[in-house]
Design a protein around this ligand. Structure first.
Ligand SMILES: Nc1ncnc2c1ncn2[C@@H]1O[C@H](COP(=O)(O)OP(=O)(O)O)[C@@H](O)[C@H]1O
Ligand SMILES: CC(C)(COP(=O)(O)O)[C@@H](O)C(=O)NCCC(=O)O
Length: 313
């Protein structure tokens, strides 16, 4: 008897997945393509059509099914149907493309026939402020599980899933490299909320009561953006070099001291930050969460998605 490898996932090649778009009326107009390229000018239209349109179709089916489940549960309790947002988690390494993926999804999902309101919340807003990280000796552990106020994030998600209005999340600035005091993003009346962050599929680190809840307990589905470490490191360094020529030039930028580095020096600095912090975090805390997600997108060296794995159980 031939032994079969048991996996909870069913995997598709790029071409197999592209066919699953079927005939959903989701062709992109020129204006829509332009808008998507505003998200990321290097994004290929073919990638959107082959990878993201089938994903949008699948999500539309998942969202319909979840609404039906909500309404039968409310019927069972004999109460009126509540409006609760559908929550999608987007996970993966620093610089793998989570924010680009989230923004493509936001753009495509908001074009569904019902025109749902789609909001993105990034979990970096739940990092402790630099002053606290410094006190705790965690400045070189930014992004590690202990650098986040997970209780605050769980409260935020619990409020969202209880159908509360005007739920606020704190805001992080990559420009000041710190939490922005007093600033917040408000989620109100959203039909779909995308929660994007390196830590969204992690399990609790302490034994406190609240930590028995996982962040992902509040997700309706999740997507893990995956790639080889050598590629992610290159994207991290490339992004650092682009920022050196733009945002870092502002005297108020946290990384302004790197603005006048040569390209070679900038590569060295970025590679050092990568190796000391983000690579370690990827290996220790992020990669191990991959198989907790509903869908895994494995990207190749040119950012094109090569393999799609979808949880079947
Ligand atoms: N689909 C894509 N096509 C081309 N470039 C991309 C794509 N996704 C991400 N990138 C580039 O890779 C880098 C990291 O992406 P980003 O979305 O900022 O990552 P993250 O949010 O995971 O830190 C950026 O420079 C971005 O422009
Ligand atoms: C704030 C972050 C942990 C968040 O990562 P993101 O969710 O943006 O991918 C990361 O951008 C970071 O600052 N890491 C620490 C090392 C560094 O400066 O890259």
């Amino acid at each position: 008897m031939v032994s079969e490898k048991i996996s909870p996932y069913i995997s598709f090649t790029r071409e197999e997945w592209a066919k699953l778009r079927f005939n959903t009326p989701m062709t992109l107009t020129k204006a829509e393509i332009k808008e998507l390229q505003g998200i990321n000018e290097r994004l290929s239209v073919e990638e959107v059509e082959k990878i993201y349109l089938p994903l949008t179709r699948l999500l539309n089916l998942y969202i319909d099914a979840s609404q039906q489940l909500h309404s039968v549960t409310d019927q069972f309790f004999g109460q009126a149907t509540r409006k609760v947002p559908y929550i999608i988690g987007v996970a993966g390494s620093v610089a793998v493309g989570k924010s680009t993926t989230s923004r493509i999804l936001q753009s495509l999902l908001s074009r569904l026939p019902e025109h749902p309101k789609v909001q993105i919340v990034t979990t970096d807003g739940f990092l402790y402020p630099n002053a606290t990280l410094e006190n705790k000796g965690l400045m070189d552990k930014k992004g590690f599980p202990e650098s986040y106020d997970i209780k605050k994030l769980i409260h935020f998600l619990s409020d969202l899933k209880s159908g509360k209005d005007n739920v606020r999340a704190p805001v992080y600035s990559h420009f000041t490299y710190d939490i922005v005091p007093g600033d917040y993003i408000e989620v109100d009346g959203a039909d779909i909320v995308i929660i994007e962050g390196i830590n969204v599929l992690q399990t609790p680190v302490t034994n406190e009561m609240l930590s028995r809840l996982y962040v992902s307990d509040f997700f309706d589905m999740s997507l893990f953006v995956d790639a080889d470490e050598v590629d992610i490191k290159r994207w991290y360094i490339e992004r650092f070099k682009i920022l050196k020529e733009s945002a870092f030039k502002d005297p108020n930028a946290y990384f302004n001291r790197y603005a006048n580095l040569s390209d070679e020096e900038a590569e060295e600095v970025a590679a050092d930050i990568w190796n000391r912090i983000n690579k370690k975090n990827l290996e220790l805390n992020i990669s191990p969460t991959k198989y907790r997600s509903t869908i895994i997108f494995k990207k190749g060296k040119d950012h094109l998605t090569e393999k799609i794995s979808l949880r079947k159980v």
